[in-house]
Design a binder for this molecule. Structure first.
Ligand code: GAR
Length: 188
């Protein structure tokens, strides 16, 4: 049986693409039932449409947060989504939303959690003089980037790395890590 996954994105959606491609492989334990975004102009939505994946866009502008999240929730449930994967979704989910999907939301974060929760992870790792950076897939709870870590990939920080050069290599690691960890997660 294939688990239906809904992906929330805010931007280019390269992790979403990696998940969608892996979900199409024969024998994959999950399939992408919906790609939804808070940004109607998100490039990832166009890619998803072009690949025959249902999409949904709802800007939260001028809307109370509960109403915005109710619209996202209805779209996900309408598509039969069982697990939500956040992939560069740059908005905090309310405690209420997290409670309604308790234990069924995962996220990819560009640091080796519990290090560098929040934003500017690569600059902070370089400034701290770390030798290694990386990415983590974790369960989403009410605590920002604080839920159970499901898997991580390490990426060495090279001499002369800038946040951008490091981000590029970490992103490549994200594309390998996320499909593998999501496959394990939906099967457990
Ligand atoms: C990825 O690097 C992801 O880890 C990060 O945003 C990027 C999205 O890229 N997520 C966060 O910082 C979440 N706090 P993508 O849209 O190409 O997948």
């Amino acid at each position: 049986m294939t688990v239906k996954v809904g992906i929330l994105i805010s931007g280019r959606g390269s992790n979403m693409m990696a998940l969608a491609e892996a979900g199409k492989a024969s024998g994959a334990p999950y399939e992408i039932a919906l790609v939804a975004s808070d940004k109607p102009e998100a490039p990832g939505l166009t890619w998803a449409e072009g690949h025959g994946i249902a999409t949904f866009a709802q800007s939260p502008k001028g809307m109370p947060k509960p109403e915005y999240e109710a619209a996202i929730d209805a779209a996900l449930r309408g598509a039969g989504v069982e697990i939500i994967a956040l992939a560069g979704y740059m908005r905090l989910l309310s405690d209420d939303f997290v409670a309604r999907w308790r234990g069924r939301i995962v996220n990819i974060h560009p640091s080796l959690l519990p290090k560098y929760k929040g934003l500017d992870t690569h600059a902070r790792a370089i400034d701290a003089g770390d030798a290694v950076a990386g990415c983590s897939v974790h369960v989403v709870t009410e605590e920002l980037d604080g839920g159970e870590v499901l898997g991580q990939a390490e990426v060495p920080i090279l001499p002369g790395d800038t946040p951008d050069t490091l981000a590029e290599r970490v992103l490549a690691a994200e594309h390998r890590l996320y499909p593998r960890i999501l496959a394990d997660f939906v099967a457990r």
